[in-house]
Design a protein around this ligand. Sequence first.
Ligand code: ADE
Length: 225
Amino acid sequence: MRIDIISVVPNLLESPFQHSILKRAFEKDLLEVHVVDLRAFGLGRNHQVDDYQYGGGAGMVMMIEPLYNALEHLRKERSYDEVIYMTPDGERFNQQIANKLSLIENLIIICGHYKGIDDRIRQHCVTMEISIGDYVLSGGELAAAVLVDAVGRLIPGVLNDETSALLDSFQDGLLAPPVYTRPADFQGWKVPDILLSGHEAKINQWRDKEALKRTRKRRPDLLDE
Ligand code: ADE
């Protein structure tokens, strides 16, 4: 999978993908992330990328030409399955969307700044608009990093058995059960006996029960769905 991220602050995206599971995805050639500096497509001597909004009002808007030219530059090289715009008024991101995106080949992500991007880009070029939650970030970069992380680890072949996504929270519509590691007794705080029993079927039963209990208590809305 190839992901191109269009951003006015590419430095913000330097580190998030260079560690842990995503690093492994790069090393296995299963994922490539390229950050495109929108300023390289900016207008005039100052490489302008934003301007005042028509109709007046505070806040700048990201201009259509630099964004369009950046998209065209990418689309000349290959075709893309989706062009995603990260925005707080987009569809709320969840595990289901991450699963779906993990199966596609080429993806563009546009990170907004200021008041957002000229709406004509949204109308004519963007195919999906995604929000990572009901709060406003100062730009789309951190939201894009969240999306790439959640999607990247699901690309077939990235996780091994040990880190399998099948038991993640949300993957089966439930939160994950509690987990423990050594020591079995820390200052009297004990690990549930069943997990030390070696009885796989009973352990799985216990985990299912705990997952359900935890979901009922913390996220009953997931059970309604
Ligand atoms: N850009 C600013 N806030 C955002 C959010 N909550 N989700 C996605 N992109 C954003």
